[in-house]
Design a binder for this molecule. Structure first.
Ligand code: PLP
Length: 403
């Protein structure tokens, strides 16, 4: 057996690092999922999730990867042949589009360049032209994990409103929930899709649908076949903390702990921490002399940064060197970005030194792979991170200035 000392650096944009206390919470005997101890756990996590999604409505939990919750959002609300408007923000939007097409929906895919978020103006124009209201849903990825560009969800909602269109709004927050500001209810979203393994700091295996009253209403007439994903089957047992089939009990123990960690830090502090680490990362990338893939400075992701390679250099070569030499995993370029970008994940459980360790690994790997860079990225990130802190009092010194 080959042993690598020290901890592996998992700096991909999900799955993210799982905090020790969450790992410990999952490491326990399995309990009876029809017994009273489970009911307490079920009620607690279902209530806690509402705080993270910022909704007073139901949140459905599936023992599935995020892709399952994508499917659930569609099959619970739509019927065969229904029209859906989606925005081509990148690889994940494309996968969701493919899934919708395979389910028998008529998808119109608003083209995008994989460097920007969804265009609310284009959505408004398309909906305004749909006088007969044939389009039943608009589906957008909040944080496009393949590009590091986010979409402005309140602006999308406002576009639907201005067009006077009744379409449902569905949003994928799989890589933004728990790391970037998101408000299911206030932003008027009908179905929010989430996953466990990114901002929620859990292992892979859980995914979520937060559901509005309008989406529940739509589910009464929706005719796409559904059984395992059916909201109706879930909502009854959920009221008393139970599930219609065997839930992922130990992941739910982990979820209880992860929700407690997020609330103890405070969601606003969690978002600010991610924004600060994202800014430090972008400064490092620019100091290296490399280009950030997201071309809209107002829409940079808080949870990852995608870095474009100079022509003639292979991003996967840099990733291989980072893994081999420094035990650091970086995100690969997905879909048409294969080989052209690598992605630095800064989502979930990390602090300044975790980020600096990752950036040091990237800087060394770029150098070893022969990519022409200025070796100033880590220093620039350190200057930003330390400069954005207040000077510390010396140990033992009396506190002078008020905080
Ligand atoms: C990770 C991710 C997915 C896919 O989730 P799986 O858990 O791999 O099924 C979908 N959308 C976005 C935005 C993601 O980041």
């Amino acid at each position: 057996m080959h042993h690598r000392p020290g901890r592996h650096f998992l700096q991909i944009p999900g799955p993210s690092n799982v905090p020790e206390s969450v790992l410990r919470a999952t490491d326990r005997a399995v309990i009876d999922h029809r017994g009273p101890e489970f009911a307490q756990l079920g009620r607690e996590v279902l209530a806690g999730l509402r705080d993270v999604f910022r909704t007073s409505g139901p949140v459905i939990v599936y023992p599935a990867s995020g892709t399952g919750a994508w499917e659930a959002a569609l099959v619970n609300t739509l019927s065969p042949g229904d029209q859906v408007l989606m925005a081509e923000t990148g690889h994940f939007a494309t996968l969701w589009r493919n899934l919708a097409t395979r389910l028998g929906l008529e998808v119109e895919f608003l083209p995008g360049d994989w460097r920007h978020g969804a265009d609310p103006g284009a959505i408004e124009a398309r909906l305004a032209a749909d006088r007969g209201h044939a389009i039943r849903a608009v589906a957008v990825v909040h944080n496009e994990t393949s590009t590091g560009a986010t979409s402005d969800i309140p602006a999308v909602r406002a576009a639907i409103h201005r067009a006077g269109h009744p379409a449902l709004l569905m949003v994928d927050t799989i890589s933004s929930l728990g790391s970037m500001d998101y408000r299911h209810e206030e932003w008027g979203v009908d179905v929010t899709v989430g996953g466990s393994q990114k901002g929620l700091m859990l292992p892979p295996g859980l995914s979520f649908n937060a559901v509005s009253a309008k989406a529940l209403e739509a589910s009464r007439d929706a005719r796409l076949p559904r059984s395992y994903w059916s909201w109706d089957e879930m909502l009854g047992p959920n009221r008393s903390g139970f599930f219609p089939y065997t839930p992922a009990t130990n992941l739910l123990h982990g979820l209880r702990e992860a929700l407690a960690l997020l609330m103890a830090e405070g969601l606003d502090q969690v978002f600010a921490r991610h924004a600060r680490h994202a800014e430090a990362t972008r400064r490092a990338v620019r100091a290296w002399g490399l280009e950030i893939l997201c071309a809209d400075p107002a829409r940079h992701s808080g949870s990852l940064t995608a870095v474009l390679m100079p022509p003639g250099h292979d991003a996967d070569r840099v990733r291989a060197v980072a893994l081999e030499r420094f035990d650091l995993s970086l995100g690969t370029g997905l879909g048409k970005l294969a080989g052209r970008v690598f992605r630095i994940g800064h989502v979930g459980d990390l602090n300044d030194l975790t980020l600096l360790g990752a950036l040091a690994g990237v800087e060394m790997a770029l150098t070893l792979a022969g990519v022409p860079i200025r070796r100033e990225g880590v220093q620039t990130a350190m200057d930003f991170l330390s400069g954005s802190l207040r000077p510390a009092a010396l140990p033992g010194a009396a506190a002078t200035a008020p905080a």
